[in-house]
Ligand binder design. Structure first.
Ligand SMILES: Cc1ncc(COP(=O)(O)O)c(C=O)c1O
Length: 339
């Protein structure tokens, strides 16, 4: 395929490891569970956006950009990794963050600042609505800004996850029956769908929806579908997806984006205590809660091999300290821990 010819800058430590979650799988009485450690991609505490930025920022450099702009929620992992990539490449970085400047910065906001990013607070607009005005301002100052799309989700970002699927196939030839990922702006799932068709036809790619709403007026399933088809087309692969090909679990969005409930608390704590691995409160904690739910609902056979993708985000654990206090852990989940 054409993947080798895609321009990319090297930012990530690849391949990321795959390990088996033996104790977690035994505790849940489920299929064999494995984890792909994309939280270890390297760029200022890692995550899935580092892979995407390798392809997106190759375009930025080719266009002669001298500064990057992107947007996200206050604790955006995407923004933090963009700030780190900008620092690596010597570019100025502007982050448009939802909400108001906190009195005491925490989690990713501290890291954004340490990485030298300029922060712009955008109130209720957490998906980049304020970017055009900032582009105009920077251009008026004689700068050449490049806008990194929301969540790094365009065909370049998705291409990184086509490549990630190739990486998994090179790492393990025994194959997985299912892969489970947190899905929010869509390019991780879309790229994996394309990679799955190309490299691993027997495997189901299951996204766990993180947000209740879609993006803009579009249903999230339709965003993923369009992105998967656009990516296949961009890579000149003879692959086409229909609506039924987007496997999305929408029943785990709880009380909404970044609202941490008992399901996330249980998933984060059990995974930590049965594997020593820290998930994050917003994305992978929720996706793992989805995996627990699917196992408990009998979705998998004992012979299945399920790969959970850890897409990063642990710096946000500290920003949600109020939802992760020992007292809450005791009430909601401690009583079911194994000895
Ligand atoms: C830790 C983490 N996992 C998963 C995702 C979702 O990936 P995508 O936006 O490609 O759907 C994000 C996106 O913000 C993230 O920060």
């Amino acid at each position: 395929m054409e993947l080798q010819e895609q321009k990319r800058v090297s930012l990530a430590y690849l391949p990321t490891p795959i390990t088996e979650l033996t104790r977690l799988s035994q505790f849940l009485g489920g299929p064999r569970l494995f984890i792909k450690r994309d939280d270890l991609t390297g760029l200022a505490l890692g995550g899935n956006k580092t892979r995407k930025l390798e392809y997106i920022l190759a375009e930025a450099l080719a266009q002669g950009a001298d500064c990057l702009i992107t947007a996200g929620a206050i604790q955006s992992n995407h923004c933090r990794q963009t700030a780190a990539a900008a620092a690596t490449l010597g570019l100025e970085c502007h982050l448009v963050l939802g909400g108001e400047a906190p009195e005491l910065a925490n989690g990713n906001v501290i890291l954004d600042t340490l990485l030298g990013a300029h922060l712009h607070w955008s109130g209720d607009n957490r998906k980049g609505e304020d970017i055009p005005a900032l582009v105009a301002t920077l251009q008026a100052q004689g700068k050449q800004p490049y806008v990194v799309p929301y969540g790094g989700s365009n065909v370049l970002g998705a291409t990184a996850y086509v490549a990630a699927m190739e990486e998994v196939m090179r790492q393990t030839h025994s194959g997985f029956t299912h892969m489970v990922i947190a899905s929010s702006s869509g390019a991780t799932q879309a790229g994996m769908m394309v990679g799955q068709r190309h490299y691993a036809p027997q495997c189901d790619i299951i996204g766990v929806a993180i947000d209740k709403e879609g993006i803009g007026d579009t249903r999230f399933e339709d965003t993923v579908l369009a992105l998967a088809n656009d990516t296949a087309h961009y890579l000149k692969l003879p692959i086409h997806f229909d609506a039924k090909d987007v496997l999305l679990e929408t029943g785990y969005t709880g009380a909404g984006y970044a609202v941490i409930g008992d399901a996330e608390r249980e998933a984060i704590a059990l995974t930590a205590q049965l594997s020593g691995i820290l998930l994050d409160p917003v994305y992978t904690g929720r996706a793992m809660a989805g995996l627990f739910g699917m196992i408990r609902a009998g979705k998998f056979r004992a012979t299945d091999r399920v790969l959970f993708w850890h897409t990063g985000g642990a710096p946000a654990l500290f920003a949600y300290a109020d939802a992760l206090q020992p007292a809450q852990m005791t009430q909601s989940v401690m009583n079911q821990y194994p000895d």
